[in-house]
Write a protein that binds this ligand. Structure first.
Ligand code: DGL
Length: 277
């Protein structure tokens, strides 16, 4: 039986990815789950992020999804590999869980002329070192500088991202990134919340610096993946439905989600502990 594609994030950020996926692949059905009750994940330990993410992946499997996308860099950095290598073979060998780091690291070097790129991400993603390690596989010569921006997700989650206070933290982190690597000519928003700050970030970047955001990159990569895996593609239902779940208040989710997704959203609550909807 065909089922929707699952899209997961710790909160709202994955909606910026889902928005781009839906633009490219509108025909498919999607289930989105935001673990808002436990967000942000960015400052949490490996064990905690892994435990939370695995619990959410299992929930998607219970809904019948054959393909789940972790539209969260922190979960992709801290949990994806273990889930793919250890859990999936035992739990559901025919199902697939994909992340957002690999599609980005495969192409980032194509955008840089100076040979230096900057990665802006949560503490967890930076500490995992996933970006430098993965980029080195595709672009071994590329110099990679990272900057953790722990205030940015809270600014977005608290709807402060368009206020003046946001400029202070954006300038602070960009200044620190460029102090590490002054030749940086590509900056990647390696957190799915950060596109909400894109305009402000652009205002504080030198004009020659390209700012990359992941939504479109991940969407293109999914198009390609589905073409290369017809056996999985055939398991995905195609009626153009989108269903949204949150582990926290649906009212809060619906109020915020519209900004991230670009259209009105009516979510349902899910209690992961009891799996009650
Ligand atoms: N949106 C998540 C990411 O891409 C992080 C948000 C959080 O800290 O939970 O990394």
């Amino acid at each position: 039986m065909q089922k929707p594609i699952g899209v997961f994030d710790s909160g709202y950020g994955g909606l910026t990815v889902l928005k781009e996926i839906v633009k490219k692949l509108p025909q498919y059905d999607y289930i989105y789950l935001g673990d808002n009750a436990r967000a942000p994940y960015g400052n949490r330990s490996f064990e905690t992020v892994y435990h939370y993410t695995l619990q959410c992946v299992k929930w998607f499997f219970d809904q019948g999804c054959s393909l789940v996308i972790l539209a969260c860099n922190t979960a992709s950095a801290k949990a994806l590999r273990t889930i793919q290598q250890i859990d999936l073979p035992k739990l559901a060998p025919d199902k697939r869980v994909l992340g957002v780091i690999r599609p980005t690291t495969e192409i980032i070097g194509q955008f840089s002329e100076s040979g230096s790129v900057g990665i802006l991400a949560t503490n967890g993603t930076v500490a995992s070192n996933s970006y430098p390690v993965e980029i080195a596989k595709f672009f071994p010569e590329l110099k990679v500088y990272q900057e953790a921006c722990p205030m940015w997700v809270p600014l977005v989650e608290n709807n402060e991202h368009q206020e003046h206070g946001a400029d202070f933290f954006i300038k602070k982190n960009l200044h620190s990134l460029f102090a590490k690597g002054e030749n940086i000519d590509v900056v990647l928003l390696a957190c799915t919340h950060y596109p909400m700050l894109q305009q402000k970030i652009e205002n504080h970047l030198p004009v020659i610096v390209k700012l990359l955001s992941q939504g479109e990159i991940v969407a293109n990569s999914l198009v390609d993946y589905l073409e290369r895996h017809p056996e999985l593609e055939q398991q995905c239902s195609k009626q153009g439905n989108r269903v949204f779940y949150t582990t926290d208040s649906t009212e809060d989710f619906d109020n915020h989600a519209t900004t991230f997704f670009g259209e009105a959203v009516r979510s349902k609550h899910v209690d992961l502990e009891s799996n009650k909807i």
